[in-house]
Design a protein around this ligand. Structure first.
Ligand code: PGA
Length: 252
C-alpha cells in the first residue's frame, strides 16, 4: 500500500508575511487529516518562516528547486545542504524550470543525485507539452524524462522518490486531464520506466502524483484511480479551503 501524498507548489507567490498568514490558516486544518503525507512548498525566502510554524505539525516542508553542487560560485543559487536545513522535500524538474530556465533531463538527474546525498525526498516532475500531446508523443516523452531523470540512485533510495505526472498543457490552464487518462500514463508509461531501472517492486512502491489544474472539485476523480497516489497542486494550494479539501479527499 502506498501512502497518499499531496504537495502544494506555491510557485513565486507569497511574501514572508503572507506565508505566515497562509500557513497559519491551513496548518490546523491540515493537521487533523491523517493517513496522507502533506507537504507545503513556499518560495525559498519564506521557507524559514514556514519552518517555524510547521515544526512538530506533521506537515512537511519542501523547496521548489535547488542546485546540484554543494557550494561555490553559483550566484543566486541555493545548495542542497541549505535546503536540507529547513526541508525534507524538494521539487525537481518542474516544467516551468524546464521551459524557462533550461533544465534538461541531465540537470534533473544531477539534482536527484544531490537529493539522495542530502537525504531529501525528491518530487520529480515529468510531463508532455501540448504540442507533444497532440502529436502522440506522451509515451516517448514521459518515458525519457523518467528514465534519464531517475537513473543512478541506490536501490534503498529509489522507493523514496516521488514522481509527479504533470501534463504541461494542464498546468495553470484550468484544463485538467482526466483521471482515466492520467492513470494510463502512470500505469503504462511511468511505472514501467521505473521498473526498467529498479525492478517491479520499486515501481510499485514509488508514489506517482498527478498535477495540472487540480482543484477541490476534481481531485476525487484522480484519487479514485488505482495508480494515482496523490497530487501536486499549484494554484489551488494557495486557497485554504480548496487545498484542505484536496488533502482530505486523498486519504486511502
Ligand atoms: P496548477 O499547477 O495546479 O496551478 O495547474 C500545478 C503545478 O504546476 O505543479
Amino acid at each position: 500500500m502506498r501512502t497518499p501524498f499531496v504537495a502544494g507548489n506555491w510557485k513565486m507567490n507569497k511574501t514572508i508575511a503572507e506565508t505566515r498568514d497562509l500557513v497559519s490558516a491551513m496548518s490546523s486544518k491540515l493537521r487533523e487529516i491523517s493517513g496522507v503525507e502533506k507537504v507545503l512548498c513556499p518560495p525559498f525566502m519564506s521557507l524559514a518562516a514556514a519552518f517555524a510554524l510547521l515544526e512538530g505539525s506533521g506537515i512537511g516542508l519542501g523547496a521548489q528547486n535547488m542546485h546540484w553542487e554543494e557550494k561555490g560560485a553559483f550566484t543566486g543559487e541555493v545548495a542542497p545542504g541549505m535546503v536540507k536545513e529547513l526541508c525534507g522535500y524538494v521539487i525537481l524538474g518542474h516544467s516551468e524550470r524546464r521551459a524557462y530556465f533550461g533544465e534538461t533531463d541531465e540537470i534533473v538527474h544531477r539534482k536527484l543525485i544531490a537529493a539522495q546525498k542530502f537525504g531529501l525526498t525528491p518530487i520529480v516532475c515529468v510531463g508532455e507539452t501540448l504540442e507533444q500531446y497532440e502529436s502522440n508523443q506522451t509515451r516517448e516523452v514521459v518515458t525519457r524524462q523518467t528514465s534519464l531523470g531517475l537513473k543512478g540512485v541506490s536501490a534503498e533510495f529509489a522507493p523514496r522518490i516521488v514522481v509527479a505526472y504533470e501534463p504541461v498543457w494542464a498546468i495553470g490552464t484550468g484544463r485538467a486531464s482526466t483521471g482515466e487518462a492520467a492513470n494510463v500514463v502512470i500505469k503504462d508509461f511511468i511505472r514501467p520506466a521505473i521498473a526498467e531501472l529498479y525492478g517491479e517492486q520499486a515501481a510499485q512502491a514509488i508514489r506517482v502524483l498527478y498535477g495540472g489544474s487540480v482543484t477541490g472539485a476534481n481531485a476525487a476523480e484522480f484519487f479514485s484511480q488505482p495508480d494515482v497516489d496523490g497530487a501536486l497542486v499549484g494554484g489551488a494550494s494557495l486557497k485554504v479551503d480548496d487545498f484542505v479539501q484536496i488533502v482530505s479527499q486523498s486519504k486511502s
